[in-house]
Design a protein around this ligand. Structure first.
Ligand code: HEM
Ligand SMILES: N[C@@H](CC(=O)c1ccccc1NC=O)C(=O)O
Length: 487
């Protein structure tokens, strides 16, 4: 007996909005008992700017969670407390190693209820932190979105979160679409599978276009120096001033240091869903395709490596994490397409999805290059010329990275999630092309993009120059980030 195909509503997932809550995030908690939390967050930028946030939170009483009713209230409370927590920890000349009980006690309780970790996750700042400007218009349109809370009050920060919200909303309908494709493959209905894959490829192309819009209104300077420091977690943050992590006070005096990764879009369930549905496997960073043969060669068993993308599932809301696990059990499309490799329409549609997802990751690497790598180089040379200790510390918070004497600008830069970002992101991109069925597609997607240049490429047959799946285009090589495909 095959396991049942998951039903979205069983996991609180919407057919229309995907992992965004079907009920819009609350703009404030209805019970006036929580006015103190609402007032702090409503004045967050002012309190941070005037350096008065810590004092205010130090005087805040411990509020009970008993007044929270609907899930949307729990989500609002979680988001409020995460903004307060990260504001408290990071707004100051040195980060705070302790989080007062007035934040940590309710935050830990609410996180347990929502089955998410007590740190500013992607859910806290993106999924549960937006509103439509016009209630009668869709939220998959960036022109109809606003954020509820930001650390800085800047349009750059709002835009940074909202691009992700729009991607989640526009990607939402892909979930029921691809669950239908799984059912169709079970019924050997290749026409429906092909149609679903084509529609998926087109949507992925849309999502890439949305991702590119990051450049419109989020300035790399503002992102790197003003916004990003607040998104950092408490893991691997020694350079930034948190060698042990953070103590979440509970009044017992017996608390231990805790360490959590910072917010990262790797905590978005939708992109992980795309990988699962297409049968893309992500290995731990640095691991080659066939590690068994490598260890046999050396005659040693390799120790198990850390798989960051799996680790990031712990930072997703519990039902979303369980949905991904259950979809993994039924994902059959890669096997189905491989078993029907003589069906050109089917293989081309499947390869187009891989190509589009790979192109999405290319655009993302380009963003990371502009928003983090280039910025970190600039701030390093600036800080070398200024050099006082306070400047240096600020720089370390901004880069949230380790330094390497030989190449301080590249390999050792860390993402807020804690990855060695460039090797990790490039590997994730390359793994996206691996399942390609068609030999053309395989050659194009897995080619060595290590030299600069440009040219044309085709996915599928040579005559498939264009068309429904957008299978032809040009490629060019950027000096920082490897291959970029333009469709
Ligand atoms: C200025 C904007 C952005 C920057 C600087 C950025 C940076 C990063 C970094 C450094 C990582 C590595 C993981 C970590 O350690 O955190 C990452 C991962 C990731 N980011 Fe972004 N990101 C941005 C926007 C986005 C957006 C809008 C999306 C939309 C979906 C996205 C999707 C992902 C995904 C899916 C991963 C996991 C790696 C993968 O699956 O390829 N990012 N990002
Ligand atoms: N990993 C990114 C941060 C990041 O992507 C992120 C963090 C919190 C909430 C959303 C995020 N991504 C996208 O919009 C970084 O290292 O700066």
């Amino acid at each position: 007996m095959l396991p049942p195909v998951p039903v979205l509503s069983d996991y609180g997932i919407s057919e229309e909005y995907g992992f965004l809550p079907a009920e819009l995030p609350l703009e404030r908690l209805p019970d006036p008992y929580y006015n103190k939390w609402e007032a702090i967050v409503a004045n967050l930028q002012g309190l941070i700017l005037s350096k008065r946030l810590r004092g205010v939170i130090d005087r805040l009483p411990i509020l009970s969670t008993a007044g929270l009713e609907h899930d949307s209230e729990w989500r609002r409370a979680y988001s409020l407390l995460c903004f307060m927590a990260h504001g408290y920890i990071w707004a100051g000349d040195v980060p705070s190693e302790r989080l007062p009980a007035a934040v940590s006690i309710p935050l830990i309780h609410i996180s347990a209820y929502l089955e998410v970790l007590p740190v500013a996750t992607y859910a806290a700042v993106c999924l549960w932190n937006f509103k439509p400007l016009f209630a009668d218009e869709h939220v998959d349109n960036l022109e109809n979105l606003a954020t509820l809370t930001t650390f800085t009050g800047s349009i750059d920060e709002s835009w940074f979160y909202l691009v992700s919200v729009a991607i989640e909303a526009r990607g939402g309908p892909i979930l029921p679409l691809m669950l239908t494709a799984i059912e169709a493959a079970r019924a050997n209905d290749h026409r429906t599978v092909t149609a679903c894959l084509r529609a998926f490829a087109e949507r992925l192309d849309d999502l890439g276009t949305l991702l590119q819009r990051m450049h419109e209104s989020c300035d790399p300077q503002v992102f790197y120096n003003r916004i990003r420091p607040f998104l950092a977690g408490s893991k691997n943050m020694a350079e930034a001033g948190l060698p042990n992590g953070v103590i979440y006070e509970d009044g017992t005096g017996k608390e231990k240091y805790r360490q959590y990764s910072g917010g990262s879009n790797a905590q978005s369930s939708i992109i992980q869903f795309f990988d699962i549905i297409l049968g893309i496997e992500h290995r731990p960073t640095g691991e080659k395709k066939d590690p068994a043969s490598e260890s046999e060669k050396e005659g040693t068993a390799l120790p198990p490596k850390h798989n960051f993308l799996l680790e990031m599932r712990k930072y997703m809301p519990g039902p979303h994490r369980r949905f991904l696990e259950d979809v993994t059990k039924v994902a059959n499309l890669r096997d189905y397409v491989e078993a029907h490799s003589n069906n050109r329409e089917l293989t081309v549609a499947y390869d187009a999805c891989l190509a589009m997802l790979r192109a999405f990751r290319d655009k993302h690497i380009n963003i990371v290059s502009r928003y983090i790598i280039i910025k970190s180089r600039e701030s390093r040379s600036l800080s070398r010329s200024k050099s006082p200790v306070a400047e240096r510390r600020k720089m370390d918070i901004a880069t949230a990275s380790r330094q390497d004497k030989n190449d301080p600008s590249k390999k050792n830069l860390k993402g807020t999630g804690g990855t060695a970002l460039i090797p990790f992101l490039k590997q994730a991109r390359d793994e996206t092309g691996e399942p390609a069925i068609d030999s053309w597609a395989r050659r194009v997607m897995n080619r060595d993009f290590s030299t600069k240049g440009q040219g044309d490429f085709f996915l599928g047959k040579e005559e498939a120059t264009d068309g429904e799946c957008g299978l032809a285009g040009t490629w060019s090589i950027d000096e920082n980030v490897g291959g970029i495909c333009h469709y």
